[in-house]
Design a protein around this ligand. Structure first.
Ligand code: 5AD
Ligand code: SF4
Length: 429
């Protein structure tokens, strides 16, 4: 539904590569542009400005972002007055190299400068300063909102470029976070994901456990998630808060990276397999019905097949239902980039495929185990939502579809590879 006013406004097209932090940064920056009069479009061909959020955590992610920027040459040729803004972690790492490589880029702003973005655009894009008053975008149809609670990372995992591109940890004050959650709830959000590179290292006047309880009390919010916690900061009070806060989903995404103590040591993760498993058990004991997911990185320097077997067995032992699995790539100036990248590409690929197949098997077994069970679904689109464990659920019968933003109960009647079909039982609200 477009008004004449929105037709007159310049249009902004956004694209974020990489993790949810990248998407949240793009949403925050596009908010600054919307406040300056821009309106969002999902059609690149009609955009007056394009904002690309880049990622550098893995070589592959960075290549994808850079090749997309290359492809925007055509858009810029067709619209020379348009503004192409490149932001995010690859922009932080490569800085002026981006403009040298891609002269059609107008503005490069790194991930450390998200806070300064509004003043930066006022300075370098004065023509784009328009009457204020646009609406700040609220993400996926505004039902599911993300709120950044901390930025940066104080750890130094040997393979990871994040500390150097995002800087040291900075925590937002709790009242600012709560104000944002309330604002998003008033705008229609029902689910909020608290975001941070090591989200549970959060501390300000309150701890992360306290923050969960504060967000739990915000009216209108029905479900709370957080991403990604670090095992070292997972303590008793946090597990207790997960158990006590009604709205916190009984779901834990806890990156393990490897199951081999030797590799975990080389990765400088700060825990061994036993300590990791103990953290998972602690949360399981506190939170009935907890589902656990994780991240793994295969092919780290010197990883043997035996180390890799330990990763497979850790996935099994932690009882995880899904995992994001990645192939190691050396990142510039990280400690592990000085180790020989000695696991051949074929071996890395083979391990990744074996791990993914193993994970897919567990996911299938888990989804099968839900057959006939009742799950709570929060709809994000008409007739489609997510269960508390994060898996997508399509409601049947499809007509009339349940509108977005409703909490309903459904009985699981079938599945695809990673989605459930749920028979609508009743509406909770
Ligand atoms: N190579 C491959 N994967 C990496 N990750 C982080 N750094 C690297 C790297 N150099 C993965 C980790 C992390 C996820 C966000 O990206 O598994 O949890
Ligand atoms: Fe990177 Fe480790 Fe920090 Fe995660 S905890 S962002 S893997 S350095």
């Amino acid at each position: 539904m477009e008004t004449c006013e929105s037709q007159a406004r310049p249009r902004l097209y956004t694209r974020a590569f990489g993790c949810q932090m990248s998407a949240a940064d793009v949403a925050e920056m596009s908010g600054a542009l919307v406040e300056r009069g821009y309106t969002l479009t999902s059609d690149l061909s009609e955009a007056d400005a394009v904002l690309v959020g880049t990622c550098t955590v893995r070589e592959h992610a960075e290549h994808r972002a850079l090749s997309y920027i290359g492809r925007l040459r055509r858009w810029k040729r067709e619209r020379p007055s348009g503004a192409l803004i490149v932001a995010g972690c690859a922009a932080e790492r490569l800085g002026p190299d981006i403009k040298r490589r891609f002269p059609h880029v107008d503005l490069v702003t790194g991930s450390k400068s998200v806070g300064e973005f509004p003043s930066l655009i006022d300075k370098v894009m004065p023509d784009h300063r328009l009457p204020r008053g646009g609406q700040v975008p609220e993400g996926r149809r505004s039902i599911c909102a993300s709120v950044t609670v901390m930025r940066g990372c104080d750890r130094s995992c040997s393979y990871c470029i994040v500390p150097s591109v995002r800087g040291r940890e900075v925590y937002r004050p709790a009242d600012e976070i709560l104000a944002e959650v309330r604002r998003k709830a008033e705008a229609g959000a029902k689910e909020v994901t608290l975001l941070g590179q090591t989200v549970n290292s959060y501390r300000s006047s309150v701890s992360f456990a306290d923050l969960l309880a504060l967000v739990d009390s915000v009216a209108g919010i029905e479900r709370i998630r957080f991403m990604s916690p670090h095992p070292l900061h997972l303590d008793g009070p946090m597990a207790h808060a997960m158990a006590e806060c009604r709205k916190v989903a009984p779901a834990l995404h806890l990156p393990a990276q490897s199951g081999s103590d030797r590799i975990l040591g080389l990765m400088r993760r700060g825990y061994d397999r036993a300590a990791f498993l103990e953290k998972v058990s602690m949360v399981r004991r506190a939170v009935p019905g907890l589902t656990v997911t994780t991240d793994f990185l295969v092919g780290f320097p010197s990883e043997t097949d035996e180390d890799f077997q330990s990763t497979l067995s850790l996935f099994e032992d932690m009882g995880a239902v899904s995992a994001y699995c990645f192939k190691y790539s050396p990142r510039a100036s990280t400690p592990s980039a000085f180790l020989p990248d000695d696991v051949p590409r074929r071996v890395k690929e083979d391990r990744l495929a074996r791990l993914n197949a193993f994970v897919a098997g567990r996911t299938a077994a888990y989804l099968d185990s839900l057959a006939g069970r009742e799950v709570q679904v929060l709809t994000e689109e008409p007739g489609v939502g997510r269960a508390a464990d994060g898996f997508k659920v399509r409601l049947v019968p499809p007509v009339p579809p349940v509108p977005p933003g409703r909490l309903v109960q459904a009985q699981v009647v079938g599945r695809t590879r990673n989605m459930l079909f749920g028979n609508l039982l009743r509406r909770n609200a």
